[in-house]
Design a protein. Sequence first.
Length: 604
Amino acid sequence: MTSEQRWCFDPVPPSGARQGGDPAQYVFTPNVSALVREVLQNSNDQLVEGQSCVRVILRSVKFGGEQLRSLKRAIAWSTLGRHLAAVKVASERFGRGVDLMDTDSVAGLWIEDRGTTGLMGEEQGSGNFAALCRDRLFSEKQRVESGGSFGLGKAVLWRFSQISTVAFYSRLAAGDHKGRERFIIKAALPFHEIGRDKYSGDGWFGRVESAGSGDRAVSLWDHEAREAARLLGATLFDKGETGTSICIVGFDDPACDEEDEGDTIEAQLREQARRAFWPALTRKRLSVSVGQSPVEVAGAEDPLATMLRVYDSHGESSALKGADDVVVERITIPLPARKDNTQKAGEVVADVVIQLAGEGSDEWSLSCFRGPGMIVECRKLRRISLSARPFRAILVCGEAVRDNPDQAKALEAFLKTAEPPAHDQWAPTPRLKETYRRGWGVALKSLASTAEDAIRKHVVLPPSTSESGPQRLRQLFRVGTVGGGRAESDFHFRNLSAHLTDGVWCFVASVHPNLPTEMPWHTIIDVEFCEEHGSSRQGGTLALVEVEGAAFELIDGRAHIRAPAGSRGVKIRGETDPGKHPVPTDEAAIELVIRSKVEVSDDD
């Protein structure tokens, strides 16, 4: 380290305004999932043009003994420690950080990517170096398919450091500094005072240069950068390699109230990488290793990855007949024009990939992604239809759609604008309203509903041809009587079937008048339960009803159906509310009765 290398902290501005830290740190839930999504997304977005894959290694390290002494020299702890001690009085978090550095072991996390552009650009202004290491609420991701665009996500790096300090080491792939290496450290602190000196918060460690009204620390370059990175424990770049290595010093999971063990945190990193980026991993756009072990998506334990491979190879079936069958439905949605007139209103396409999940499965899931190959959201569609079979599905959008349809970029840009800072859903955002003309809300709703319609088309069971249900169901469903010698109903059921899932009874049947009538008719469907050793009954337990062929209302847990003149029957599906009836542990302990009551109307 030379005398020209030291920490520089920005002074308080002339206004005297103080800041309590970076508010962007509170935009995200501070957990390992948010960290992994952000850092892998950033690396994935910086793929060097002409290359096909970004390689990322996540390394959990423990600095102890000589390595800890080397770490303290690398981050100039004698100076940084004084600034953190000044913050310690007002912040318990920074107090723990100062105490941590006095222990025998300090945790760290290295995030090292290769095949990426590196931190390009000058010390300030445009470029991803300034966006990541200097600025707040700025992003330099210009490609339409890039994951982030708010400049908020990088805050998670400092949130996972107990001393809010992150080091950056990079070799650049292009620009005026192509092939050169650079190094800098940033501490994101709140306002603090040391003696009579007052600091606005943030500080940087690097080579000192005059900046008009004072000094600032700028990047170390080439030999100095390499020596600083070696002292910190970075993996140095091989010849021809480009990319960025980030070290979170004093790594700690803010969402965990126990000390993180290295093997535990690595297992979490591996699982979150696989869960969020399996499309990019499957398509080999992204390669991730945690420690020495690669994150893999292969085999029967990754059925979604298998489905995506079938989709990419055009190996789908025409219908879901067997457990291995995969179908693809292309959907069309309307897209509004952009306010800047760079895109006209029109229709765009996306693909829904569907597979049955097998009896007893509780998946009912729809995983959604676009170009970068990160799962934006995973929706649970348990109630897509009361007669639906368990399924898994993928919604492939934008530049992720195979064969690159003409409208791919238009939908890619639209969905990117529809993602909030955490990039964990497609929803109305202020930027949508600023960017697109009226109709963006309709487009979002259409994407969701049309995808669900495509799934429903393939997973809903066709009506049974049997006139009566199995013997077990006939024992559970007693049509026209609730015991006690009541008269039979004026209606009867056909094709009756049901199943019990998590305490919820789900049934489907068709309801028919015993005597055909040309007049409109009204019936009430109720579900009642009787305890095995008691006479008390409880009705009004329906929570969800669907009726085909008639108008209906769900009133006090009962389905009131009004069929039009000439109707010979209607199809009904329903689910019970387990909070309104006993949840059976043994089928013999519950008697389930469906009762129907006729009220013939003289009017429609």
